[in-house]
Design a protein around this ligand. Structure first.
Ligand SMILES: NC(=O)c1ncn([C@@H]2O[C@H](COP(=O)(O)O)[C@@H](O)[C@H]2O)c1NC=O
Length: 528
């Protein structure tokens, strides 16, 4: 099977095409009257639909109703308006071909050189919580049909789908018409626009109206639309190329505002996202310092500056060149604490003017602002060779009051606060993860090891003398008592871990042996 083929020799060249006739059908009326006035002033005939035509006519401009053009009334509550051969022939005739030109003449149809469209606000209607029938009514049919027709026929027709593109039309009117290059660019944007629109429609149908997820929450098809936001200097390594893509309406690190400093790199984005995950998760003023996507220091305190000092003290060697996240507005005291340390980037919900001024003196420091209520998203995506894994985000968190005391004396309030801090902090550490804490500050972190014993050794080694009297959290259970014994031997006084190993009794017995209090949370927090 194939589509029609046309002899290439029949195509006549067309580059700059003057605009003589425009079809205007827009839901978003912003900028419409200025555009209409410019079109009319340039002698362009405007054909338009219902309320678009009314707005243009009310402003005193001449306009032809699409029903007068087609001889067929707008019907079925607007479901059929521009869906007519007169309209679509005017959009689809390829005037590079003599034959198409003759056919239009025979049928008495005039071509359009411009289509101005904006589709029914489908996504906005879904977001408003409207009833299914109301949402369905906002699935634009005639609009995308016209947009696709005009964009296919970009050799002859310019298509604009957003008021931000009206500037191209105004410039074209001033310069004798649209160029082929402009029409091609507009066609690319037009097809991306209708593709994104249909992804939204297909997603709503499959997710909400008629879910085909068998109750799993994972529909039979997943579509997404990403726009390139920036081209990065390079990727994870300098020989890798990279770009940042964002999706409409998202509110994450990709949307953070860069207030000052060098442009963000690929690794900066990865680390800043990890920093957010670590710091914004806490309720008290908290600082997380990230290196290679892992916290090398994380601390909460009553004041943010104290949190930074404590987070930095965890591992000052690793903190060099780190990325910092703060979950509170950065004040001058915090800025003063951060400024002497070489830092790649900082992200926070805000900065006092003095703090910003202080940090901006470090010309290379990337200073980012992202509101505290940023959205990490309900779903996490991980690309595989040939596929994609989707999972719900790790949003579960068992607070101390839900833990089970497995052995030892119940912890006092301060110890419990440290344990809860450690339990919250350890879930931002790559597995296998062990985090030692004291005074709501990490003092030793063991991360990313292929066995838990090594993570325990690493955490204890990093903590040094500070291990004695600290508390520990483990992101998953201890399969044997060997890892926990490393912690007990180093002198920790309390441990929180999920529990659930068939050898839990061995670890509990070891804790008893060392007189260590141990709580079981019943939930684990692997993070890879
Ligand atoms: N049914 C049709 O033939 C049709 N033709 C154009 N539209 C849409 O009607 C809207 C404009 O309508 P109005 O000019 O009445 O505001 C545009 O979003 C346009 O994409 C249509 N509506 C929906 O499919």
């Amino acid at each position: 099977m194939s589509g029609p083929t046309i002899d290439p020799a029949l195509y006549r060249e067309r580059d700059v095409i003057p605009i003589r006739r425009a079809l205007v059908s827009v839901s978003d009326k912003s900028g419409l009257l200025e555009l209409a006035a410019a079109l009319v002033a340039a002698g362009v005939e405007i054909v338009s639909t219902g309320s678009t035509a009314k707005a243009i006519a009310d402003a005193g401009h001449p306009v032809t109703q699409v029903g007068d053009l087609t001889g067929y009334p707008e019907s079925l509550d607007g479901r059929v308006r521009t869906l007519h051969p007169t309209v679509h022939s005017g959009l689809l005739a390829d005037l590079r071909l003599e034959d198409h030109e003759q056919q239009l003449e025979q049928q008495g149809i005039a071509p359009f050189e411009l289509l101005v469209s904006s589709l029914y606000p489908f996504a906005e209607t879904v977001a408003s919580g409207a009833e299914p029938d109301a949402v369905v009514e906002q699935i634009d049919i005639g609009g995308p049909a016209m947009v696709r027709a005009g964009a296919k026929n970009h050799a002859n027709v310019a298509v604009v789908t957003d008021p931000s593109q009206y500037r191209v039309v105004l410039d074209a009117l001033a310069h004798g018409g649209t160029t082929l290059a402009e029409r091609r660019d507009l066609a690319v944007a037009a097809f991306r626009h209708t593709a994104s629109y249909d992804i939204a429609v297909a997603s709503w149908l499959g997710n909400v109206l008629a879910p085909d997820d068998e109750g799993s929450g994972f529909p039979g098809w997943a579509g997404a639309s990403w726009e390139r936001a920036s081209i990065l200097r390079y990727g994870e390594n300098s020989h890798q190329r990279a770009a940042l893509y964002t999706s409409a309406g998202a509110r994450g690190i990709a949307q953070a505002e860069l207030l000052s400093g060098k442009e963000m790199s690929y690794n900066n984005y990865v680390d800043a996202d990890a920093a957010l995950r670590a710091a914004y998760d806490h309720h008290e003023p908290t600082i997380a310092i990230i290196k290679h996507a892992n916290p090398c220091g994380i601390a909460s305190a009553d004041a943010l500056a104290a949190a930074h000092a404590a987070a930095h003290a965890c591992d000052p060697v690793s903190a060099y060149g780190g990325v910092i996240a703060a979950n509170r507005e950065v004040d001058l005291a915090t800025a003063e604490s951060i400024a002497p340390i070489f830092t790649e980037a900082i992200v926070a919900p805000g900065y006092t003017p003095e703090a910003l001024e202080r940090l901006q003196r470090k010309k290379d420091l990337r200073i980012l602002r992202l509101p505290a209520d940023y959205a990490r998203g309900d779903m996490e995506l991980k690309q595989l060779s040939g596929g994609l894994l989707l999972q719900t985000a790790d949003a579960m968190f068992a607070p101390a009051r839900q833990w089970r005391l497995a052995t030892g004396e119940p912890a006092d309030a301060a110890t419990l606060a440290d344990l809860e801090f450690a339990w919250r902090a350890v879930r931002a550490v790559k597995s296998n993860a062990i985090l030692l804490a004291s005074g709501r500050a990490s003092v030793g972190v063991g991360m990313g090891q292929v066995n838990r014993v090594d993570s325990c050794r690493l955490a204890v080694e990093r903590a040094g003398d500070r291990a004695r009297g600290s508390v520990a959290a483990s992101d998953a259970f201890f399969p044997f008592d060997d890892g926990a014994r490393v912690l007990f031997e180093a002198g920790i006084r309390a441990l929180v871990q999920p529990g659930g190993s068939i050898r839990d009794a061995d670890t509990i017995a070891a804790a008893q042996e060392y007189g260590v209090t141990m709580y079981l949370t019943g939930e684990r927090h692997f993070f890879h």
